[in-house]
Ligand binder design. Structure first.
Ligand SMILES: *[C@@H]1O[C@H](CO)[C@@H](O)[C@H](O)[C@H]1NC(C)=O
Ligand SMILES: *[C@@H]1O[C@H](CO)[C@@H](O)[C@H](O)[C@H]1NC(C)=O
Length: 388
């Protein structure tokens, strides 16, 4: 009898504990994500989004998306996503499900082959401090195999979100035969600044050609020592006379947003000091809604859930009765304030790497807990994707 009571009590405690964890959502986040992800797969299958990784199939509706469709064939963009084996399932697949399909070509660069995405395995070591080697090999691979498939070459991370339509609009101002390089400019390390890697950076055809044909062979112009990848390519671009452009709009609002959008939007409202301290932008950072352009391009620090949130807000929902008239009044983007490189680096408060690093570490830890690295046993999503 005693034993039975003890057994019953143990069961009760177990039950309460399970309910408690469940209500905290600690164990169910990834399952919820799988259901959204499955739904997207279904939508592709039903042809609601005519998206495909093939060049001969377009992601746009012939009637409704006329202009975007025209730009898609005129301003072709190859996107390559820097990812790692532990993020193939956790993060990269959600890019493929959302914005990645709007690239003319989408390539996942990793250090392991994974047919679920699929990935391209490059000969580089894995790790945060070997990203420069990985980047060099990625561009070498793209130059060798895909150079003629696009006019522009975008590098993004597996927590970036890029609005390809706005990127095409912005790039339509430029000639890809000129040596250009675009992104959000930081002022450290290099006189003319370098593009922070998180919200993505873009090379023109000529910049890519110089990088691979001249830079990779020349350690004086492009140092092959490991050092943050975005800084290294910045140094390299400067040495190869590739121009690092101002990508803000004509009101000085950023198009590439290197920290989370929430943070950009609440800059100066929520927690002023640490934001100014940790944001070493080349150009002044504007506060509140002036932070960000209405033709913004690159976003950073998204959780996998947010990929779907952004996708919905950008491509699905529309306020009824309000028309986008930008296409009627503007066929080319207006020039940014610093088109002739006259601006001096913005001198805000000094950078404090310490706070920044602490925040990043904390965030990374939280994400690791929330999104498991491997596929749950019961899910057949990757098989579904494979089969199609
Ligand atoms: C782009 O530049 C190249 C080389 O400078 C030139 O031949 C070409 O005509 C230019 N294209 C456009 C559209 O201006
Ligand atoms: C490359 O960078 C490393 C470390 O910063 C430095 O020691 C080395 O001299 C550089 N090499 C060249 C060729 O500039």
């Amino acid at each position: 009898m005693k034993r039975f009571i003890r057994y019953a009590l143990e069961c009760l405690i177990c039950f309460i504990l399970v309910k408690f964890f469940d209500s905290c959502n600690w164990f169910s986040a990834d399952n919820q994500l799988d259901s959204v992800s499955n739904q997207m797969t279904q939508l592709y299958r039903d042809g609601e989004f005519r998206m495909s990784l093939n060049l001969d199939k377009e992601p746009y509706d012939t009637v409704r998306d006329g202009l975007a469709r025209e730009m898609y064939t005129k301003v072709r963009i190859l996107c390559w996503i820097m990812t790692t084996p532990k993020n193939h399932w956790r993060k990269a697949r959600h890019i493929k499900n959302t914005w990645g399909n709007r690239c003319n070509r989408l390539i996942f660069i990793s250090t392991e082959t994974d047919n679920r995405l699929p990935t391209v395995k490059v000969p580089a070591l894995e790790g945060y401090d070997t990203l420069w080697g990985k980047t060099r090999e990625a561009f070498r691979y793209i130059y060798q195999h895909h150079f003629h498939e696009a006019e522009w070459f975008l590098k993004a991370d597996d927590d970036s979100f890029v609005i390809l339509e706005n990127l095409r609009f912005y790039l339509s101002n430029f000639n890809t035969s000129d040596p250009f390089y675009f992104g959000h400019k930081f002022k450290a390390y290099i006189k003319s600044g370098y593009m922070q890697g998180g919200s993505g950076y873009v090379l023109s055809k000529e910049a890519l050609r110089r990088f691979v044909e001249i830079g990779l062979e020349n350690p004086v112009k492009c140092n092959d020592t490991e050092w943050p990848e975005d800084v290294q390519i910045g140094i390299c671009m400067e040495n190869l006379d590739c121009k690092g452009m101002d990508t803000r709009d004509s009101y000085g609002r950023d198009r590439f947003l290197p920290i989370s959008l929430e943070t950009h939007l609440t800059l100066g409202i929520v927690d002023d000091t640490w934001l100014w301290e940790m944001h070493p932008s080349f150009y002044p950072v504007q506060k509140g809604f002036d932070c960000c352009s209405d033709t913004a391009i690159g976003f950073h620090q998204l959780t996998p859930n947010q990929m779907y949130l952004y996708y919905y807000l950008i491509y699905r929902v529309n306020a009824y009765g309000i028309q986008d008239i930008r296409t009627e009044i503007q066929s080319k983007p207006q020039l940014p304030p610093d088109v002739n490189f006259q601006a001096l680096p913005f001198s805000g408060p000094s950078t404090s790497d310490l706070i920044w690093t602490k925040r990043l570490k904390k965030r990374e830890k939280m994400e690791l807990e929330k999104y498991p690295q491997s596929e749950p046993e019961t899910s057949s999503l990757s098989e579904n994707l494979q089969r199609r």
